[in-house]
Structures are given as structure tokens and as C-alpha cells.
Design a protein around this ligand. Structure first.
Ligand code: ZN
Length: 1013
């Protein structure tokens, strides 16, 4: 049965293919080989051999043009691109690109920077000899289109430039290291573009500068090739999962285009903007066979220019049409990817007036040819996928390369053919960015110069500079008008009735008073009349994702509002007057920090700036005390947690302060207040062999803050003797796996083979600078659990977040705390409101009451004073009187006896630990003594205040619940986070909740109040 079906299908597809290869492309250029074009017969034969079905190829790639002088990829690979068993290291890919550069004036190679581990990244430009000769002149033209202010927004001048300029189409490969096909496809594509004399390829060469970064995640590529080599050497064994890609993160390297914390993002961003490119096309592998996910699905990012949305539709539709004409099945552009978050690498283009594109092609995580069986939703025929993938196929890396190259060649041709349109659009998008203040607003964003968190403000400004956003600084103080907020009309009669009762009706008839806001001199202004206003607007604005949105499964985070996540004041100003305020453009951020006043005691007010922790570690010999209460001296107010520094020379302290941007005041005498020592703890930093991505963001933050730690796996922790002698704090960041049990058990060891993560002859790049093991499978184990229990019992501090907090609760380290989830709650990577509950806890030092935090669905913590028992919820009925005599507010009575007083039940807020009732205290060993109960540091806001930015649905289930807890355990403490305080380099507002725990590890009970019973 299967056989007949297959024959029929092959015949059908073959017929389509034949029709397509005789047809013409758009215009008069045939999308096929020129009959006069000489062919490399041996190479071509291998292409055919490795292509598993004729319809997995196209007339553009089913042959290789021959050249007498230019080497094919075979000279480096030892076989053709996409051959089974062959994955080149980045170094080999570069070697080939440089051979091309040597052999033809149509190729130039540029070094674009290094990775965290010091490996090179490159960009390869391929175009006609003439175009590459005129690169500089061409770049000047593109630069004027990119910044229309240079031509005074003159459309006629732009048209002239458009007619003469050659656009730049930037292709990036293998940012995701397990998606392995792009490097060989891009090697061969470079060769074709340089060599092929068919009119089709000549069109591309003459009309486009193709720029290629063949390997984006270079560190991860080299590790992936190692793994694949290990697999080839041990073909019958399971091979180790790629636990590390780059030094810090894995798949999330494609979520870094907002904060730009990774080198690969910075290097690609600088290349894209530096070339004034028009397109950034990023190559991925997942779904069959080619999903041009650019068009994807809604909701689209709200800050995009509609011109770009139309460009996506044009290019996407044409791409699918071209490949359908070739008879290649499984090519589509609609799908489940929403285009909301600007975190993806390709979005660098969308946010900088270009065109972002992304392909998902089909891959086998390596270069093995394998039989692959699809899921029904993958092979079904839909309205947007008229020729769907086949349910079951033999799939090769060559097939993958055929799809990638065919997609890119047709895209490049279409783009080059329509380059005047796309260049004009590029100019128009840039011009509309400059005209933003008058066209749509806002006029500017202002970061006031008196923001107490100056170092964090500088970090936010630094992100803007990395995004190539212009920043200005005002000479004087200034005032702007604030938009008049319209009173929202209530459609519900009941609400207006209530308001009328409350006496609001009078207020309603008053005209709204116009309001103004003043900013001090030296405030930072991000003007919206600049070419890259769009990216600043998108990052600084608020997001709202409606719970009623037809898209029910957001692809990624729904919010990122940088002012909130970093905890920096950002004012959105619509008043165009601000653009007339005298201000100077900054090329770099002003120097800040230092020491003022006279005296030998140095004081730094605490505003929860992460740089304070860096200072503590840097000034090893100095004495630092933390004020346990706010105080006032020399007419200045200082908050709780203020640093009092002594035992260091004024000059040494000033140097450290200047390098960190912190501001200190010298006092003549130590203020008479209660303090405790701020010490730099020795940190054991724990990771699993299950996933290292969520913790990778924590590691990156600590490294940037220069906070030292010993990095160890759960396996290593389990084998440590006397943890307390070596460490003060065990930091166990989230795993991202949501299964406490799997952290303990790891991968199964009762079957299968060991999975080494070690440097071996087959895997010279594997270990990198992170960690190693002879077998990744064992987890924390019961020995490790015992080690953690002992560490805390003997006085250590264990800090956990999200799923590792669930682990700590599960293994009994957090008395009186339970953790739950909610079916109806949907908080998808959103910014939520939280409130400091216990400002006297050192963990809260430096924070104001309201703290915006990143939350991704909890977990939901509940606290109790009874061990192992659920908290009692009194229903609303308990407050109401029963049926009986009298009015609603009267007490009932019983005939024949005097009235009895009903004892008051203690009331507790949702976040509070309820005191045990007298009944519960009767002979009950499960009652946790007052000194042993959880201390609530931070709670989630009330339901109505929970949403700050993004999607919050059913938030009532987590509202008011604890968000950060300090739980006494033995002689030590377990710190639990429901929010993720350190995430993607975007959440600096909550870093200090972690850093405060570190610096006050031996004084966490400061300010603690214990109930009487
Ligand atoms: Zn990917």
C-alpha cells in the first residue's frame, strides 16, 4: 500500500518539477542553469547522490558551475556541501571563504569581532568585481539613505541615490548550534554567487551585495562539531546533548537583540548597522522543510513600520511561489510564530529600518542521513501550505542545503530585481523614523539626571548606545506639558452609581487640569527625530497583550519595558517643545561617581545598585558596615542599608568609586546608628547537567559585576566534603526544567551509555572554559540532597529561584512554605508589580516599596506556621451571620441563655504567615516556632496592580502571594524566589535582591520581628 502511494506521489511531484524548470522567472531571466555554463561533473554527481528525492532540489542547485581558478567547497570539506558525515568547524569554513577571497575579486572577507571565548567572527561580501571595488562610494550612498537628515529629507535626492546604490542583503547562519546545515550551504552559495555566469546569478551579483556570516555562534559550533565527531566515533552509543553552546547561553542567544549582552549579538548588530544593510536573514532549522517564518502570525510587534509588514508579505509570498514552481514540497510562510518580541537576532533589522527574515529548514542535528516521520500537523495540507511536507522521508543534510540555497537564491534575485523599491522603502522607513515626533509621537524619552540609581541609568543608556541610538544631554532645567488623560467613560451603570454615591459626580464636571513635568539640568534625552528612534521607542515603551488576543500561545516574552525591568526612571514625552530645549549630543556617557565632603568615614546611600556588590568584592581590605535604619546627618538623608566604609585611603576609594560610577560622601564622624558588617561571601555556584541556559544568564551577570564564585555541577556538590568550611552561600539558579525530581535523578543510568562532557581527541573544543564530567547522567542524587541539608543546618545560606526553589521546598528545606501552580493563570514573560513587605530585611536594602519584576507563571508560594499543612482559607460565608433574629448587622440569640461573645478570628493578608490559633497550638508538634517561620520580603501586588507590562491573565491566583522569602532552616537560611530576578541581561531592577542576600549572608536576621506565639 505504502509503495503504490509513494510511486504516485513521486510521479506527481516529478511532473511539477519538469514544468517549473522550463518556465521563466519574473522578468526575462530563467531561474536555471545557462546551457552555456560549464559544469563540475564530479561535484554535480555527488549532489545528486546525496539528494534523497529529485523534488528536494531545484534547477538552481542541482548542478555546480565549474571554474578553472576558483576552488569548490570540496577542497576544504573533502566532499561536497551537505555530504553525509561532514560538519566543518568554523575555522574550516573561514579557511574556505578566504580561499575564495584569494581566488576571485568577487569575494571579500571581513573580521567582525570575537566571541566570549576569543573565537573570530567573519562577514563575507560577495558581489560583482565592480560593486566590491566601489564599496566605499556605495556605502556613502547607503549611509545617506539610512540617515535622511544628511540629505535634508529630500525625496528627489533620495531617488537619485536609490538609482545608483547597490543594496546589502545580510545572511547569518547557525546561531543555534544544534541546527547544523547553514555553514556548508553558505560555503556553496558563496561559490555559486562568485562563479556562476547564468543570467539569473549574474543579476544577483550585479544587483546585490550579499553579506554572509556563516557561523554566528562560533563557540557553540565548535562544540557541536566535537559532539558530532564523537558520535561518528561511537555510532552505536547515545551522544551527549549539547549542554553548553556559547560560554553563557544556548538557544537564548537568539533572544539577546534587546539588551545586547552577548558578543555575537553586538558583532552582528555592528556589522548590520555598519554596512547600512537592508536585510538581515537568519537561518535556523526545526520544522519541515522550509518555513519562511517572517510572515508567521500575529500579533505583530506594535512599533514596526507598516512598510516593513508589507515587505514581509511581498518577499514571503514570492519566496513560496518561486519554490512551489520548482515543485519543492513543504515551503510556507504563515505559521505559529508571532512577531511580537524584538529579542530575535533578525529583529536587529526590523528595529533599524531594514527587513528581518528567518528560515526554519529541516535538519537532523548533524550530518547523518535519516528516515524522519512527521506529526500530522506537520504534513497536513493547509490554506497557507498547498504543497505540504511528506509524512515520512529519508532526509539528508544535502536536502537541507538544497532548500536553504534555493530559498536564498530566489530571495536574492527577487530582492535585486526590485532593489529600487526596497532601497526607496529603506529610505522611507528611515525618514519616517526621523519624522516620528510629529507623525505619531512620542517626541522623546527623558531619563532625569537626579535618578538615584545613576549606575543603572548608565547601564540603560549604554544599551541604547549599543543599539546605535543617539543620546543628548540638556544644558538647563526644563519643563514639558504632560498629555491630558481623558476620563474613561464607564459603560456599567453600577460603577457610575457608585461614583455618584462617593461624590465623584462633581469632580467629573470639572475640566481636566493640564499638568507639566520639570526635569533638572543634565537630564538625558533620547530624541525621536533620529533614524533609530524606533528601537528606542520599542524598548522603552510599555506592552499590552490582551488576554482576548486570538493568539493564545505567545512565542516568547510578552513584555520587556526597560525602564521597569532595570528600575530606572524613563519619561515618555509627547510635548514637541522638548526638541527645542538646548541639548548636546553625547558620543560617550559622561564620567560619574566620586567622593565629596571631608572626613574619614565614607558613606554611600543604598539604592539597590548592583555596583555596590562589586565594590564590596573589590575593596577586600576595607571595613564596610550596613546601616540597619535610615538616618540623617549633615542635613542629608540616608536609607536603610547605606554603606559606611572605613579602613581605606580616600584616594583608593575615590579610584574605585570613579570606575564604578558610585557616589560617596565623607563624614567627619561615624553616625550613631545600628549597623552590621557587610562581607563578601565565598560562593558555591551550582549548575545541573540537564540545562545550563537559565543559570547562564546569572553567570553572565555575576561575571560582569566581577563577583567571584566556584562553578560546580550538582554531581560535584554531592561529592564535596564539609561545604560549610569552604562556602558561605550556595547559589542555585533556575534550571529551566520545572522538575525538582529530575534535578535529583538526572538522566537514567540503569540503561544506555555514559555521556562524557570532556576534552578527548574527538572533542578538543567541548569543555571550553565551563565544566566537565565523565558522565552527564547522574543528578544531584540523595547524597547531594543530604549535603544541601547539612550545609543549611550548619548555618549556610542557600539561594534558589523558581524551579530550584520548588526543589528546596520538596526536599523539606523550607518549613511552612508550599508551592503551587494555577491552571487558569497565564503570566507569559511579563513585567509584574511587587511590593516590599519587610523593608528591614537586608535583602530589601535600597528598594522603595514598589518593585517591578520579571515573572513567567510563578511558582505560587504560600506560607503557613504549621508544618506540612495547607493554610486554612476562611470562606466569605464565615464572616456573615447565620439566619436568625434581628437585622443583618444584629447578633443572633439563643432563647433561654445570655448572649455569648463570638471570639475574633485573627485575620491575615495573603502574604502573611498566619499565627496559629489556640486550637492549633494544643499539643501540636507541627507548629513552627516563631523564630523558625518564613519571613516574607517581597510579595506580588494586588490583582489590579499586578500587570505592569505584557500579558497577565488570571493573575488573582498569584496576586498578594509571597514573591521572595527568607526561610530559617536549622542554623541557616533558604532564600526562595518566585520571580526570576536575573534574566537575559534585562532585569537589573531585581539583581540586588540576590546581591543583598550575598552581602548580608551572616546578618539576614537583622530587623526580623518574631510574633509572640
Ligand atoms: Zn533555531
Amino acid at each position: 500500500m505504502a509503495g503504490a502511494y509513494w510511486r504516485k506521489l513521486v510521479l506527481l511531484l516529478g511532473a511539477t518539477l519538469a514544468a517549473a524548470s522550463t518556465g521563466l522567472g519574473d522578468g526575462d531571466t530563467q531561474a536555471a542553469r545557462d546551457p552555456k555554463q560549464p559544469i563540475d561533473d564530479a561535484y554535480t554527481a555527488k549532489i545528486h547522490k546525496y539528494t534523497t528525492e529529485p523534488f528536494f532540489s531545484s534547477p538552481l542547485v542541482d548542478y555546480l558551475p565549474a571554474s578553472k581558478t576558483i576552488p569548490t567547497p570540496e577542497v576544504v570539506l573533502g566532499d561536497v556541501a551537505g555530504a553525509p558525515g561532514i560538519l566543518p568547524y568554523a575555522e574550516d569554513v573561514y579557511k574556505y571563504m578566504r580561499l575564495l577571497e584569494k581566488a576571485t575579486p568577487r569575494v571579500k572577507v571581513f573580521s567582525i569581532g570575537a566571541t566570549e571565548e576569543g573565537r573570530e567572527m567573519i562577514a563575507v561580501a560577495i558581489s560583482s568585481e565592480g560593486n566590491l571595488k566601489n564599496l566605499e562610494q556605495n556605502h556613502e550612498r547607503l549611509g545617506k539613505l539610512a540617515d535622511p537628515r544628511t540629505i535634508h529629507l529630500d525625496d528627489a535626492a533620495a531617488d537619485k541615490l536609490v538609482a545608483e546604490a547597490i543594496p546589502v542583503y545580510y545572511v547569518t547562519g547557525t546561531i543555534h548550534s544544534t541546527e547544523t546545515g547553514a555553514p556548508t550551504a553558505l560555503m556553496e552559495l558563496a561559490y555559486r554567487l562568485a562563479v556562476d555566469e547564468s543570467p539569473y546569478v549574474r543579476d544577483i551579483r550585479d544587483g546585490v551585495i550579499t553579506l554572509i556570516t556563516p557561523v554566528v555562534e562560533v563557540d557553540g559550533r565548535d562544540r557541536m562539531v566535537d559532539i558530532y565527531k564523537w558520535h561518528l566515533a561511537h555510532p552505536k552509543d547515545f551522544y551527549p546533548p549539547l549542554i553548553y553552546w556559547g560560554k553563557y547561553v544556548a538557544h537564548d542567544n537568539n533572544r539577546d537583540a534587546m539588551a545586547v549582552t552577548l558578543k555575537l549579538t553586538e558583532n552582528v548588530l555592528n556589522t548590520y548597522v555598519g554596512w547600512d544593510a537592508q536585510v538581515l536573514h537568519d537561518l535556523h532549522e526545526s520544522v519541515p522543510y522550509l518555513y519562511d517564518n517572517t510572515v508567521g502570525d500575529g500579533p505583530y510587534n506594535a512599533w514596526l513600520d507598516p512598510i516593513l509588514v508589507d515587505e514581509w508579505q511581498m518577499i514571503g509570498a514570492r519566496n513560496v511561489a518561486d519554490m512551489n514552481l520548482f515543485g519543492m514540497p513543504g515551503v510556507f510562510t504563515h505559521g505559529d510564530f508571532d512577531t511580537w518580541s524584538p529579542g530575535y537576532l533578525m529583529f536587529i533589522a526590523a528595529m533599524h529600518n531594514g527587513i528581518s527574515r528567518l528560515y526554519e529548514t529541516f535538519g537532523n542535528d548533524g550530518a547523518d542521513t535519516q528516515e524522519r516521520t512527521l506529526e500530522p500537523e506537520e504534513y497536513s495540507r493547509t490554506w497557507y501550505r498547498a504543497n505540504p511536507p511528506l509524512p515520512k522521508v529519508l532526509w539528508s543534510q544535502r536536502d537541507n542545503n538544497n532548500y536553504e540555497e534555493t530559498g536564498l537564491l530566489t530571495s536574492l534575485h527577487y530582492f535585486g530585481e526590485n532593489r529600487h523599491l526596497f532601497l526607496k522603502n529603506f529610505y522611507l522607513k528611515s525618514k519616517r523614523s526621523v519624522l516620528k515626533p510629529s507623525a505619531e509621537g512620542p517626541a522623546a524619552y527623558v531619563l532625569p539626571s537626579d535618578d538615584p540609581r545613576a549606575t543603572v541609568q548608565a547601564d540603560l543608556l549604554h544599551i541604547m548606545l549599543k543599539q546605535h541610538v543617539e543620546i543628548s544631554r540638556t544644558d538647563n532645567a526644563f519643563t514639558v506639558d504632560l498629555p491630558v488623560k481623558k476620563e474613561k467613560k464607564s459603560s456599567k451603570a453600577t460603577e457610575s452609581e457608585e461614583k455618584a454615591k462617593a461624590g465623584d459626580s462633581e469632580e467629573k464636571s470639572k475640566p481636566p487640569t493640564p499638568t507639566t513635568r520639570s526635569f533638572p539640568a543634565g537630564s538625558f534625552v533620547i530624541r525621536m527625530d533620529q533614524p533609530y528612534s524606533r528601537v528606542a521607542d520599542a524598548l522603552l515603551d510599555y506592552q499590552y497583550w490582551s488576554p482576548d488576543d486570538p493568539q493564545k500561545t505567545p512565542y516568547d516574552d510578552t513584555a520587556w519595558t526597560f525602564g521597569e525591568l532595570l528600575g530606572v526612571q524613563v519619561a515618555r514625552v509627547t510635548d514637541p517643545k522638548i526638541l527645542l530645549v538646548p541639548m548636546q549630543r553625547l558620543t560617550e556617557l559622561p564620567a560619574m561617581g566620586g567622593l565629596e565632603g571631608e572626613g574619614a568615614v565614607f558613606v554611600i546611600d543604598n539604592h539597590a545598585e548592583p555596583a555596590l556588590a562589586t565594590l564590596r568584592y573589590r575593596l577586600k581590605a576595607a571595613t564596610i558596615e550596613a546601616a540597619e535604619e535610615p538616618f540623617e546627618t549633615v542635613n542629608r538623608k540616608f536609607g536603610r542599608g547605606t554603606f559606611l566604609i572605613s579602613g581605606i585611603s580616600r584616594a583608593d576609594l575615590a579610584t574605585a568609586l570613579k570606575s564604578l560610577g558610585l557616589q560617596a560622601v565623607a563624614l567627619p564622624a561615624t553616625p550613631a546608628i545600628k549597623t552590621h558588617s557587610v562581607r563578601a561571601p565565598r560562593i558555591a555556584y551550582v549548575h545541573t547537567w540537564i540545562s545550563t541556559q537559565a543559570e547562564g544568564w546569572w553567570r553572565l551577570a555575576l561575571d560582569n559585576l566581577q563577583i567571584p564564585y566556584d562553578y560546580m555541577s550538582t554531581q560535584a556538590l554531592a561529592k564535596m566534603t564539609d561545604l560549610n568550611a569552604k562556602y558561605d552561600v550556595v547559589l542555585f539558579p533556575p534550571v529551566g526544567w520545572n522538575s525538582p525530581a529530575s534535578v535529583i535523578t538526572g538522566l537514567p543510568t540503569s540503561w544506555g551509555n555514559p555521556l562524557p562532557w570532556l576534552n578527548t581527541p574527538e572533542t578538543p573544543n567541548l569543555v571550553g572554559k565551563n565544566d566537565s564530567t565523565s558522565d552527564m547522567r547522574p543528578g544531584l542524587g540523595w547524597d547531594g540532597v543530604a549535603k544541601l541539608q547539612e550545609f543549611v543546618a550548619k548555618g549556610g545560606v542557600l539561594l534558589t529561584a523558581t524551579d530550584t526553589s520548588q526543589l528546596a521546598i520538596t526536599i523539606g528545606l523550607a518549613n511552612g512554605v508550599s508551592s503551587g501552580t494555577s491552571e487558569k493563570m497565564k503570566i507569559v514573560g511579563a513585567v509584574v508589580g511587587t511590593r516590599i513587605v519587610d523593608a528591614e530585611s537586608p535583602i530589601a536594602y535600597g528598594y522603595q516599596e514598589k518593585v517591578s519584576a520579571y515573572c513567567d507563571n510563578g511558582p505560587i508560594f504560600s506560607v503557613n506556621s504549621l508544618l506540612g499543612s495547607r493554610r486554612r482559607h476562611l470562606g466569605s460565608a464565615a464572616d456573615e451571620r447565620p439566619t436568625g433574629r434581628g437585622t443583618k448587622d444584629d447578633p443572633d440569640f439563643v432563647v433561654g441563655r445570655p448572649a455569648t461573645e463570638i471570639p475574633d478570628q485573627p485575620e491575615h493578608e495573603q502574604w502573611e504567615v498566619p499565627a496559629p490559633s489556640d486550637e492549633q497550638l494544643r499539643n501540636n508538634p507541627r507548629v513552627i516556632p516563631p523564630t523558625g517561620r518564613a519571613r516574607v520580603i517581597l510579595r506580588y501586588a494586588d490583582a489590579k496592580d499586578l500587570l505592569v507590562s505584557g500579558l497577565v491573565e488570571g493573575g488573582g491566583d498569584i496576586a498578594q502571594h509571597p514573591a521572595v522569602l527568607d526561610v530559617p532552616s536549622g542554623a541557616g537560611h533558604v532564600i526562595l524566589f518566585s520571580i526570576n530576578p536575573i534574566y537575559r541581561g534585562e532585569t537589573e531592577n531585581t539583581y540586588s535582591l540576590v546581591l543583598n542576600t550575598l552581602l548580608n549572608y551572616d546578618n539576614l536576621n537583622a530587623g526580623r520581628k518574631n510574633p509572640d506565639k
